[in-house]
Unconditional design. Structure first.
Length: 417
């Protein structure tokens, strides 16, 4: 099978090299059309994310692909070649399926890569660089990714502290839609927490930050409201969930402040998740009734347990992708056999039609029909057995009994070796 997958990822290349050979959305169409114009392949798809750049081509030469990639991005050949991986045939199919299922991701089982590969496929369709083979391959890959998500627990558990925090909130509150969430801090971790909260249906979020301008900037992005750290005492009692991650060297929330807030909440539970190091919330807060306090260590334990669960699920997923890759290649080879059968039948019927036409002409000219039919039968037989006879003779002289046996069986002669 003439399919090639070539590229680099977070395991083989530095971020500096990955940045150099990434394709921006503005470059993608032109890059795909260049591949087509240069006849590097009848079909091509480019997958380019922050963690990988990969070329998938049908009917292609790997070295030509490398040369083109070097020229397109003007990168050092030695640096790129030592970071590249290359897969052919069933290995290329399996690689694409593993990538789509999150089995080759920095975070095992992450779901974002499937959407990125779907986008790469859609872009290739728009560029006209994809046809029957890669179209079938990517459609099968999407089905395999769906099967893996459905049949295994590869994506069922949180494997980031931010996601684990939101998952914990889901366990304590039956419906996050009705909760008020207070986020303390406006860094990357809190931004990721906010994203997961919104995906979980939370709509009432307040962002507290030391710098109001930064808090307002983040709040505007997620449809929240912003306050300063000094305003927390005014808002703490109305919060059901508090998630904090700042760079403060001193606690933001002390036991007294939380106790005051809880007393005015009339025993409604308050979930506090502290994912800061050093801690933002005094450990004594955990002594209060109706308060659930979790630290980053608690979440790390959850993450480690979930990673172990994902690794077990990944073993199941590997078996699925391997079997599906082999099944796709078998289907592809069957297509080739269909073409061979079609060509063989067409050639045989063409020989029959040619000899029959000549025979009918001779009969029309007054020749003896019996002699004409015998002559036609002999010529047709000789024509049909010519190539099989040569193949059998060649295999016999070479002592290739296996090949001779295959030809004999194909001709209905059985095992004569």
């Amino acid at each position: 099978m003439s399919l090639v997958a070539l590229g680099v990822n977070h395991n083989t290349a530095s971020i500096e090299l990955r940045e150099k050979i990434s394709f921006s959305p503005d470059q993608m169409i032109e890059a795909l059309q260049q591949l087509k114009r240069l006849n590097l392949g009848s079909e091509a798809v480019i997958v380019s994310t922050c963690n990988r750049t990969e070329l998938y081509c049908h009917k292609n030469q790997a070295q030509q692909m490398v040369d083109w990639l070097i020229n397109f991005h003007q990168v050092d050949r030695e640096l790129l070649e030592k970071s590249l991986y290359l897969h052919h045939g069933v290995a290329a199919v399996n690689h694409l399926m593993r990538v789509s299922c999150g089995l080759d991701s920095l975070v095992l089982g992450e779901p974002q890569i499937l959407g990125q590969i779907k986008q790469a496929y859609s872009t290739a369709k728009s560029a006209g660089s994809i046809s029957v083979t890669l179209d079938k391959l990517f459609q099968r890959t999407f089905s395999v990714a769906k099967k893996v998500r459905t049949d295994t627990n590869i994506g069922a558990n949180a494997v980031s502290v931010a996601f684990a925090a939101v998952s914990l909130a889901k366990q304590i509150f039956a419906d996050l839609n009705d909760t008020n969430v207070l986020l303390i801090g406006a860094g990357e971790t809190v931004e990721l927490v906010a994203k997961h909260l919104i995906e979980a249906g939370v709509s009432n979020i307040t962002v507290a930050n030391r710098t109001l301008a930064r808090g307002e900037q983040m709040a505007q992005q997620i449809g929240a409201k912003a306050i300063t750290l000094a305003q927390i005492p005014e808002h703490l009692a109305s919060a059901d969930v508090v998630i904090s991650s700042t760079a403060s060297t001193l606690p933001i929330l002390g036991k007294g402040l939380v106790e005051t807030a809880v007393s005015s909440r009339r025993h409604q539970p308050l979930l506090l998740i502290d994912i800061a190091v050093p801690r933002d919330i005094e450990s004594q807060v955990a002594e209060l009734d109706d308060v659930y306090l979790y630290t980053v260590d608690d979440l790390q334990d959850i993450v480690q347990q979930n990673m172990a669960s994902r690794r077990a699920a990944a073993d199941e997923a590997e078996l699925i992708t391997k079997a599906q890759a082999e099944d796709f290649v078998a289907w592809f080879r069957a297509l080739d056999s269909v073409d061979y059968i079609k060509d063989y039948r067409q050639a045989s019927f063409a020989s029959k039609d040619e000899l029959l036409e000549k025979a009918l002409q001779k009969i029309a000219q007054g020749n003896d029909p019996q002699k004409v039919l015998i002559e036609m039968a002999n010529k047709l037989t000789n024509k049909l057995i010519h190539h099989p006879t040569r193949a059998m003779s060649s295999a016999s002289h070479a002592g290739d009994n296996e090949k001779l046996n295959i030809i004999s069986n194909a001709l209905g002669l059985g095992d004569n070796t």
